[in-house]
Design a protein around this ligand. Structure first.
Ligand SMILES: CC(C)(COP(=O)(O)OP(=O)(O)OC[C@H]1O[C@@H](n2cnc3c(N)ncnc32)[C@H](O)[C@@H]1OP(=O)(O)O)[C@@H](O)C(=O)NCCC(=O)NCCS
Length: 111
């Protein structure tokens, strides 16, 4: 999914993988100039809506332990930490594994 500005340039994107009743956000990023305006939340909302429409039960992702902006976004949307990959990143940072149980979420129109 690609989010575009009014001028049709890319404001952000989200890459989603679905396998049967599970899905994973492989990547999500918003252009520096477009951050803080709800684009990231809209993209993750789109992923949750996709899961709801396709009978996906769990939406998963992993995020670097120090990525406070992303962790804040995910927690505010109901994602919960379910595990860690120790020293997953090249600099030794852990990866936090997070899940969103789709059945516990509500439809959101902000996409
Ligand atoms: C994480 C990212 C996608 C958020 O995108 P965004 O469009 O700026 O986010 P939004 O404007 O939709 O904000 C949604 C929530 O994110 C969190 N957030 C966003 N910017 C934040 C900041 N600077 N500090 C703390 N929390 C922040 C807040 O919880 C915010 O909710 P609020 O507006 O109610 O406070 C963006 O910062 C980004 O592209 N980061 C680099 C790539 C990355 O780290 N991707 C995640 C990989 S797991």
């Amino acid at each position: 999914m690609v989010a575009e500005t009014d001028e049709m340039s890319v404001a952000g994107y989200l890459c989603l993988k679905q396998v049967l009743d599970e899905a994973e956000i492989l990547d999500v990023a918003v252009d520096l100039r477009a951050r803080g305006r709800g684009v990231g939340r809209a993209l993750v909302n789109w992923a949750a809506s996709f899961c709801r429409e396709h009978a996906v039960g769990v939406l998963a992702l992993e995020v670097r332990v120090g990525n406070l902006e992303a962790i804040s976004l995910y927690e505010s949307m109901g994602f919960r930490e379910v595990g860690r990959r120790r020293k997953y990143y090249e600099n030794g940072d852990d990866a936090i594994l997070m899940d969103l149980n789709i059945g516990e979420t509500e439809e959101c129109d902000a996409v």
